[in-house]
Design a protein around this ligand. Structure first.
Ligand SMILES: C[S@@+](CC[C@H](N)C(=O)[O-])C[C@H]1O[C@@H](n2cnc3c(N)ncnc32)[C@H](O)[C@@H]1O
Length: 266
């Protein structure tokens, strides 16, 4: 979404366009990371991943590409999502088989990293962009994250991970691209579309129930969130206070998929 210099938050939108444009595969320096924190979250420390705020990222050896800087789920949000999911998972230790934690569109890997750390469970993650994969592999090694990162398509990873338990959890955050418009985020137009991803998850587990965490913005187009999750049980939404114009802030939604969910009704 490109905006004019007259709009309120013009600096944010101009920087966003650069992060997804000429800086897309550039590792940002300390100054750029702090600028991103200021413009996106109101303060440099607002951009924080793996427990490391922007002012310390460069010295900690964290490599963040332009695209991942705008696409990532920062610590404040990831911790809130992990808290909510941990509550739904119930008490540790697990009696039966350890549940799967799967981050299908890994990016920085921070979205799932916090739940994996919290539950002491290995995260399985897929990332198809080799540049993002390499930077994230480097970062996860740097912070000692227990994430098995696969370079490739989310569908290949799903094919390798049969269902283990009803508490298996999938993080779903595909690139928005043309799905992000002034009219809102259309989840049927992400790449790939969210309904197709949910069908693929359902198929990979032969319909066995699971938990899904999905990130959206705060303006959904065409009722596409409800339509994508038709038949699923909405468990919780996490809606951090807005810092950007309506439509540019992040929301997170937790669902139980399966148990009566009809994938074909989506
Ligand atoms: C919106 S970002 C995810 C950000 C992530 N949740 C985080 O906290 O950093 C989407 C990521 O999915 C990757 N991706 C796109 N298509 C994919 C596919 N088919 N399979 C796996 N990864 C894919 C992109 O390269 C991008 O890094």
């Amino acid at each position: 979404m490109t905006t004019t210099a007259e709009s309120p938050h013009a600096a944010y939108f101009a920087f966003r366009d650069r992060l997804l444009g000429d800086l897309r595969t550039t590792v940002l320096n300390g100054e750029q990371l702090c600028e991103a924190g200021r413009l996106i979250y109101g303060r440099p420390e607002g951009l924080s991943l793996y427990g490391i705020p922007a002012p310390r990222m460069e010295s900690a050896g964290i490599r963040l590409l332009g695209r991942t800087t705008i696409e990532c789920c920062v610590d404040d949000y990831a911790v809130d999502v992990a808290d909510a999911l941990a509550e739904l998972h119930g008490p540790l230790p697990y009696g039966g088989e350890t549940p799967l934690l799967v981050d299908l569109f890994c990016g920085s890997g921070n979205f799932s990293h916090h739940l994996g750390t919290r539950l002491g469970i290995t995260v399985h993650a897929a990332e198809s962009d080799p540049d993002v994969h390499d930077a994230t592999r480097h970062n996860l090694d740097r912070v000692g994250a227990d994430t098995r990162l696969h370079l490739g398509d989310y569908g290949d990873l799903l094919g390798k991970l049969p269902a283990r338990s009803d508490r298996d959890t999938y993080f779903v955050e595909p690139p928005w691209g043309p799905a992000f418009t002034p009219a809102g985020l259309d989840l049927t137009r992400t790449a790939p579309p969210v309904p197709r991803i949910l069908d693929d998850i359902t198929r990979s587990r032969a319909g066995r129930p699971c938990l899904i965490a999905v990130k959206t913005n705060d303006l959904i187009a065409h009722d596409s969130l409800d339509r994508a999750f038709t038949g699923a049980e909405h468990l919780r939404s996490i809606t951090p206070p807005p810092v950007l114009p309506h439509g540019a802030n992040m929301h997170f939604h937790l669902y139980r998929l399966g148990s009566g969910n009809d994938a074909h009704s989506r």
